[in-house]
Design a protein around this ligand. Structure first.
Ligand SMILES: *Cc1c(COP(=O)(O)O)cnc(C)c1O
Length: 386
C-alpha cells in the first residue's frame, strides 16, 4: 500500500495510525488499557515501559495527528491547556512572550496568573502587521503566541508575514490551531514552529473527551517537550486516545459540514432585523476575508454575533434557543451557543473585554452539523421573542 501519509486528509484520518492490529488482525486497534509493560530482561522491552511515558494507543493517535499537520512529531496530552502549558514550560525563565490580544481565556489566564513570574509578557493586536513589526523590533520577544482565527472575535492574522518577521529576531512562533483543525489550516506549512490543538474540540468532535496535542518538526524541541510531559505527567489515557482515534475518522466530513452550515447561518443572520452584526471569516463583510481565503482552505464552524439590544435581550435569546445548547466549549457535532462576557471570557478583565468588543450583546456560536433548516428555525424563533 502507498504510505498513507501521502493520501489526502480525508483518507489519512481513517488510515494513519489506524492500521489493523498486527498480532490479532483486529481492524480496529485495541485500547492498550495498561499502566506497565513486561520486560524480558532489565531494560529490554518492545519500546514501551510505562504509560505515562508512552502507550501504543496514544502512539497511534500521535501518528495520525502528525500526519494531518504535515509534522514529523506529535505529542498528545491530557488537555489542550496541558499542551499549552508544556510549551510554556519549555521556554526558560525570563523569556519574553508576545501574545495576541484576543486569545483563548485559559491561555490568557495561565500567562497572567501562573507564568506571570516566569515570563515578561506583552500583548499585541496580531492582525495589525505594523503594530506587530514595531513590537518585534522594540521588545524582541523569544516566543510569539498566536491564534488565527482568534477566539471569540474571529480575527485573522497574516501567519506567513509574522513568521517572516519573527525569523529576523530569532523568535519562535506557536499557533493555536484549534478553531480551524488540521483539516482547514496547516500553520507548519507557513513556517510556524509549533502548532497546538485542543483535541476536545473539532478533532475529537463529539464532546466526550478532553485532550490536547502539539505538532512540530524540530526533533530537539520535541525531545524537550516529551521530557517535560514524562516528568510532569499530563499524558492522555489510552481510552481517551482511542476515543479521539475513533472521532477523528470523520474529521474531514464533519469540517465540511460545519463550514457549510456556518456559512448558511452567517448569511441568514447577517440579514436578520434583530441582529446588529455577524462575524464569520467566510462573509465578504469580514475585514480579513481575503487573507482568510489565502491561508485557510475553509472558514470553519465558529461565528460570533451582536444582538440588537443589551444584556436583557441577549440573555432572553440565549434562554429561548432550544436546539442550540447553551454551553461552553465548541467543535462538537451538536450546535452550542454561549455568552463570552459571562461564560468563556469572564477571566479577561472588563476593560480588556470591552476593548476587544466582548460586550453584553455579544454571542459566540459553534455551528454543529444538524440539518441547517432546523438550526435556522431555532435561531429565528428565539430572535422573534426579543
Ligand atoms: C478549548 C481551547 C483550549 C483549551 O483546551 P482544553 O482541552 O479545554 O484544555 C485552547 N485553545 C483554544 C482555542 C480552545 O478553544
Amino acid at each position: 500500500m502507498t504510505n498513507p501519509k501521502h493520501f489526502n486528509k480525508g483518507t489519512q484520518v481513517i488510515h494513519v495510525g489506524n492500521q489493523p492490529d498486527e498480532s490479532t488482525g483486529a481492524v480496529i486497534p485495541p485500547i492498550y488499557q495498561t499502566s506497565t509493560f513486561v520486560q524480558s530482561s532489565p531494560g529490554e522491552h518492545k519500546g514501551y515501559e510505562y504509560s505515562r511515558s508512552h502507550n501504543p494507543t496514544r502512539t497511534r493517535l500521535e501518528e495520525c495527528l502528525a500526519s494531518l499537520e504535515n509534522a514529523e512529531y506529535a505529542l498528545v496530552t491530557s488537555s489542550g491547556m496541558a499542551a499549552i502549558s508544556l510549551i510554556f514550560q519549555s521556554f526558560p525563565k525570563g523569556s519574553k512572550v508576545l501574545c495576541g490580544d484576543d486569545v483563548y481565556g485559559g491561555t490568557y489566564r495561565i500567562l497572567n496568573t501562573i507564568y506571570n513570574d516566569r515570563f515578561e509578557l506583552k500583548q499585541v493586536n496580531s492582525t495589525d502587521l505594523e503594530a506587530v513589526h514595531d513590537v518585534l523590533n522594540s521588545y524582541k520577544p523569544d516566543l510569539i503566541w498566536l491564534e488565527s482565527p482568534t477566539n471569540p472575535m474571529l480575527q485573522i492574522s497574516d501567519i506567513y508575514a509574522i513568521v517572516k518577521a519573527s525569523r529576523k529576531i530569532g523568535a519562535k512562533v506557536v499557533l493555536d490551531n484549534t478553531f480551524m483543525s488540521p483539516y482547514f489550516q496547516n500553520p507548519l506549512d507557513l513556517g510556524v514552529d509549533m502548532v497546538v490543538h485542543s483535541l476536545t474540540k473539532y478533532i475529537n468532535g463529539h464532546s466526550d473527551v478532553v485532550g490536547g496535542a502539539i505538532m512540530l518538526n524540530d526533533k530537539e524541541q520535541y525531545d524537550k517537550l516529551w521530557y517535560l510531559q514524562n516528568s510532569i505527567g499530563p499524558s492522555q489515557s489510552p481510552f481517551d486516545s482511542w476515543l479521539v482515534l475513533r472521532g477523528i475518522k470523520t474529521l474531514a466530513i464533519r469540517m465540511e459540514a460545519h463550514a457549510k452550515n456556518a456559512m448558511i447561518i452567517a448569511e441568514f443572520l447577517e440579514n436578520h432585523p434583530k441582529i446588529e452584526k455577524v462575524i464569520y471569516p467566510g462573509l465578504s463583510s469580514h475585514p480579513q476575508h481575503e487573507l482568510a481565503k489565502s491561508q485557510m482552505s475553509g472558514f470553519g464552524g465558529m461565528l460570533s454575533l451582536y444582538i440588537k439590544g443589551g444584556l436583557e435581550e441577549t440573555k432572553r435569546f440565549l434562554e429561548e434557543v432550544s436546539l442550540f445548547v447553551l454551553a461552553e466549549s465548541l467543535g462538537g457535532v451538536e450546535s452550542l451557543i454561549e455568552h463570552p462576557a459571562i461564560m468563556t471570557h469572564a477571566s479577561v478583565p472588563l476593560e480588556e473585554r470591552t476593548k476587544l468588543g466582548i460586550t453584553d450583546n455579544f454571542v459566540r456560536v459553534s455551528v454543529g452539523i444538524e440539518d441547517v433548516n432546523d438550526l435556522k428555525k431555532d435561531l429565528n424563533d428565539a430572535l422573534e421573542t426579543i
